[in-house]
Design a protein. Sequence first.
Length: 78
Amino acid sequence: MFGLSTQATDYQKEVAGLPFPLLSDSSLALSRVLELPLFEVGGMTLIKRLTLIIDNGRVEHVFYPVFPPERNASDMKA
């Protein structure tokens, strides 16, 4: 299980306590190819919360919108 963020790796190092590693898509390359839902705030482009179930490089299922966001990662581990 991994998280995906549009922030650079240096910025992500400040994020603590996540139950999974956080990967950077600061160029938005993956976000654009997958047509992920994006939004802008404070001059940053961010990905809206969603969960992708990927098996052997293929997106099998998308959970969007994610609610409640604080539980979704632990729900996916179960």
